[in-house]
Write a protein that binds this ligand. Structure first.
Ligand code: CMP
Length: 157
């Protein structure tokens, strides 16, 4: 079944890869999954957003209380992220496969072609985020996008 997932390109990845691609708002790490675009693949809605501290706290509520939570919230609000709704069959699981494991050291061993293996600095600054399941996906899409999709541009039409 066609489903949606929420994907985020995190601040360090946006900063590092910005401008290296002709679509200025799109980090060049985009190129890695550009090949997945097309009629049988992801439909993508995206926009650049700088998470506030408050938004990041809300967005990562499930991790509240964990030892890295404050670091995570600070990091996510330190600069612009690219937020995307990805739509395709089995989008949640497929995007997770494309990202690879949370920890880039693990990713480099188990899935060297994954986005995190290639673009993450460390377990905190791990380049990309993706919803962990369909329920989380719908909740975060609703939270981040609100009721309107104004301001988002569509690529891979
Ligand atoms: P993400 O998939 O966005 O979900 C939660 C985030 O918390 C994770 O990616 C990392 O950015 C961060 N994170 C998870 N585990 C750790 C950890 N042990 N130390 C620091 N940050 C972490």
């Amino acid at each position: 079944p066609v489903e949606h997932t929420l994907a985020v390109i995190k601040p360090t990845a946006v900063k590092e890869h910005k401008g290296k691609h002709s679509r200025t708002c799109i980090p060049s790490l985009w190129i890695s999954f550009q090949n997945n675009c097309g009629p049988h693949s992801y439909k993508i809605l995206m926009k650049e957003t700088n998470f506030t501290h408050e938004m990041a706290t809300q967005f990562y509520k499930a991790h509240e209380g964990k030892p890295f939570f404050d670091q995570l919230v600070n990091y996510m609000s330190e600069g612009p992220s690219v937020i995307m709704i990805l739509t395709k069959e089995n989008a949640v699981e497929e995007w997770r496969q494309l990202m690879g494991p949370t920890d880039p050291d693990v990713a480099k061993k188990s899935s060297p072609d994954s986005l995190r293996a290639q673009f993450a600095q460390d377990i905190l600054r791990n380049a990309v985020h993706g919803s962990s399941n369909k329920d989380h996906a719908l909740k975060s899409i609703e939270y981040v996008f609100g009721e309107s999709l104004d301001g988002y541009s569509s690529i891979c039409p």
